[in-house]
Design a protein around this ligand. Structure first.
Ligand code: NI
Length: 181
């Protein structure tokens, strides 16, 4: 066990180009990187707080994401390595989504209501998971991140531009805030 204290991971925000870059598949050579990265991703996600975080959001272009819905306030961490969508339902569901890379911005997003995915867990075991409801939306949202896709891409151009303009304005205001003013 390492006792080294590492600086918390910084979560990138739009318009950082890493968020728009397709992540590379995880290979055996990335094992040590993952061992160090995954616990730090969980720490950053829980601290935010959020229910999902993909590696590109912390500047790492690998196909890794972490998810924890914390249903009934109990931790239920899922590590997704090289996740792929195997099947999606015809029926769709609309729910409000947000993203740690677009802080404070929320919009209704329509996606397939159910999804079946395949991935590797951190031990390298191949897993499949069927999900519905919030988990289905969260898995699709995180897998989108690995392809450089953000939830705003599922909105109309008008709604997307309004949301991105509002975010840019809020981030500008935040950066110009000075203590004691
Ligand atoms: Ni996100």
């Amino acid at each position: 066990m390492s006792t080294v204290t590492l600086a918390p991971l910084k979560i990138l925000t739009v318009p950082d180009p890493v968020l728009r870059t397709r992540a590379r598949p995880v290979a055996a050579e990335h094992e040590a990187t993952l061992r160090a990265l995954v616990p730090r991703m969980f720490a950053a996600m829980y601290a935010a707080p959020g229910i999902g975080l993909a590696a590109p959001q912390v500047g790492v272009g690998l196909r890794v994401a972490v998810v924890d819905l914390m249903a009934e306030d109990k931790p239920d961490p899922i590590v997704l390595i090289n996740p792929e969508i195997l099947a999606t339902s015809e029926d769709r569901e609309t729910r409000e989504e947000g993203c740690l890379s677009l802080p404070g911005q929320y919009a209704d997003v329509t996606r397939p209501a159910r999804v079946r995915i395949r991935f590797h867990d951190q031990q390298g075991a191949r897993r499949e998971l069927s999900a519905e409801g919030l988990l289905a939306a969260c898995l699709q949202h995180e897998i989108d991140h690995l392809d450089g896709v953000l939830f705003v891409d599922h909105l109309s151009t008008l709604k997307r531009n309004m949301l991105l303009r509002r975010l840019a304005k809020e981030l500008r205001q935040k950066h110009s805030d000075r203590p004691g003013r």
